[in-house]
Design a protein around this ligand. Structure first.
Ligand SMILES: NC(=O)N[C@@H](CC(=O)O)C(=O)O
Ligand SMILES: [Zn+2]
Ligand SMILES: [Zn+2]
Length: 430
C-alpha cells in the first residue's frame, strides 16, 4: 500500500524540513521525503497550500470510559481526535472506576484496540480511587502500558504521599502530569477571581490556587529526581516558575490549553457552563504571559484538556455545571488563529508544541516524519477561514465557548500508521 502526498508544506521539527516536499508512505511507514517523488502510488493526495505535519499528540484528554459513556467513549473521543488532527492521545485517569490498577490500564488498551481510530495512551492514577490516601501500583501500571501518572481532576494534597509517587516515577522513568490546584484554597470558586466574578456575583478562584501547587510540585520533583509536566498552566506566575525550573536545568515541562491563550475572563458573555473549566479563564495579563511563554519556548506543549460533558449538565449556570470544555476539534484552528497568525509562533514551533515536544515528554518514538518512522501524519489547510460549528463535532460533547467563532485553519486528512482515519471530504464514512 503506497500513499503519496504531493507538493505539501512539510513541517518536521525532527529533521528541520520546512518547505515544499513530496512525502511517500509505504506499508504504514514514512518511505521518503523528497522534493519530487515520481512513480506509482495506490493513492495520491494533492497537498498544495497545505501543511503536512507529524500527527498531533495530545497529552491531556478525558475519554470518560468507563463510567461516563454518555459524555464520551474511547470510540467517539478517538473520532474527535482524528477530526482534530491528533494521532495519539493520552487518556486521563478520572473515569469511574479510576484508571488506578493494572486491570484498568489493560481494559483501556483492549477497548482502544477494538474501537479507537487513533493511538490511545493510558495515564495511571497516583492514588487508589484518586482518594489521595494510598498509592497505586505505579510500576505495575507502567508495565501494563501506562505512559505517565497523574491525579488529574485534583492534586494529591498529601505532600509526602506525592513525593513517594514521584520517587517511583523517577525510578520507572515516566513523567508525572500535574494538575495544580490547592484544595483548601479553591473553596467553592467557579471562575477566575476578579472584576468579572464580582460583576456576575460568582465565587472566584485566585491565581494562588494554582501557583502554590505548581511551585510545590517543582520543589518535590527536584527532590525526587522525577520528570514533571505541569498540566493546563493558566497563570503568569506558573510560567515564571517553569522558567526558573528550566534555568535550574530541572526536567520540568509545561502545557497550555487553547482556551487559556484564546479567551480571558472579561470575555465571558454570560453565566453559562460553556465558560466553566478548571483552571478557569484568567485575566488578560495571564493570557499575555501564556502567549509569550509559548513564544519563548518556556511552555513546551499545547494540550487540549478535552473534557466533554452532557448537554443537560453543561447547559446550566456556572455554579451548577461541571468544570471542563471540549477541545480536540478546535485546537488546531485556535492555535493557528491566536498564535501563528498573530506572530507568536512560527508554523514549525506550532508543530513542536502539538507533536514533537509532547512525544518527547512521554518518551515515545513519534512526532517525526523522518524516513523509517511509523506514518502518523496530518494534513491541514492553514488559511481555511470559517466559523466553528458545534453541530459538526463528532465528539459527544458540545460544551465550548467557541461555537460561532471565526477562525483560520482546518484539518483535512489524518493518517495513523499509513491508514487514513479522517478525511474532510469523506467524513460521513467514518
Ligand atoms: N479541566 C476540567 O475542567 N475538567 C476535567 C478535569 C481536569 O482536567 O482537571 C474533567 O475531567 O472534566
Ligand atoms: Zn486538571
Ligand atoms: Zn484534565
Amino acid at each position: 500500500m503506497k500513499l503519496l502526498i504531493k507538493h505539501g508544506h512539510v513541517l518536521d521539527p525532527s529533521t528541520g524540513i520546512d518547505g515544499i516536499y513530496d512525502l511517500l508512505i509505504e506499508n504504514g511507514m514514512i518511505k521518503a521525503v523528497e522534493k519530487h517523488i515520481e512513480g506509482e502510488a495506490d493513492e495520491v493526495v494533492d497537498a498544495s497550500d497545505r501543511y503536512v505535519m507529524p500527527g498531533f499528540i495530545d497529552l491531556h484528554v478525558h475519554l470518560r470510559e468507563p463510567g461516563f459513556e454518555y459524555k464520551e467513549t474511547i470510540k467517539t473521543g478517538s473520532m474527535a481526535a482524528a477530526r482534530g488532527g491528533f494521532t495519539s492521545i493520552c487518556a486521563m485517569p478520572n473515569t469511574n472506576p479510576a484508571a488506578d490498577s493494572v486491570e484498568s490500564i489493560e481494559f483501556i488498551l483492549k477497548k482502544a484496540k477494538k474501537d479507537a481510530l487513533v493511538n490511545i495512551l493510558p495515564v495511571g492514577a497516583i492514588t487508589k480511587g484518586q482518594s489521595g490516601l494510598e498509592l497505586t501500583d505505579i510500576s505495575g501500571m507502567v508495565k501494563a502500558g501506562a505512559i505517565a501518572i497523574s491525579e488529574d481532576g485534583k492534586s494529591v494534597m498529601d505532600t509526602s504521599i506525592y513525593l513517594e509517587s514521584m520517587k517511583i516515577a523517577g525510578k520507572v522513568g515516566i513523567p508525572i502530569l500535574a494538575h495544580c490546584e490547592d484544595k483548601s484554597l479553591v473553596g467553592i470558586g467557579v471562575m477566575n477571581e476578579g472584576a468579572k466574578s464580582r460583576e456576575l456575583g460568582l465565587p472566584g478562584i485566585s491565581n494562588a490556587v494554582e501557583d502554590v501547587i505548581a511551585a510545590r510540585d517543582i520543589i518535590l520533583a527536584k527532590e525526587a529526581g522525577a520528570k514533571l509536566h505541569l498540566c493546563h498552566c493558566s497563570t503568569k506566575d506558573s510560567v515564571t516558575f517553569v522558567k526558573m525550573a528550566k534555568e535550574d536545568h530541572l526536567p520540568v515541562t509545561a502545557e497550555v490549553c487553547p482556551h487559556h491563550f484564546t479567551m480571558s475572563d472579561d470575555e465571558i458573555a454570560s453565566d453559562h457552563g460553556n465558560y466553566k473549566m478548571n483552571p478557569p479563564l484568567r485575566s488578560k495579563e495571564d493570557v499575555q504571559a501564556l502567549k509569550e511563554g509559548l513564544r519563548d519556548n518556556i511552555l513546551d506543549v499545547i494540550a487540549t484538556d478535552h473534557a466533554p460533558h452532557g448537554a443537560e449538565e453543561n447547559n446550566q449556570s456556572m455554579a451548577a455545571a461541571p468544570f471542563g470544555i471540549v477541545g480536540l476539534e478546535t485546537a488546531f484552528s485556535l492555535t493557528m488563529t491566536e498564535l501563528v497568525k498573530e506572530g507568536y509562533l512560527s508554523p514549525m514551533q506550532m508543530v513542536e508544541k502539538l507533536s514533537y515536544n509532547p512525544a518527547k515528554v512521554i518518551g515515545i518514538d513519534k512526532g517525526s516524519l523522518a524516513v523509517g518512522k511509523i506514518a502518523d501524519v496530518v494534513i491541514g489547510d492553514p488559511n481555511a477561514r470559517y466559523k466553528i460549528d458545534v453541530n459538526e463535532f463528532v465528539s459527544k460533547g458540545r460544551n465550548t465557548p467557541f461555537d460561532g467563532k471565526e477562525v483560520y485553519g482546518r484539518i483535512e486528512t489524518t493518517i495513523v500508521a499509513g491508514k487514513v482515519v479522517y478525511n474532510i471530504t469523506r467524513s460521513e464514512e467514518i
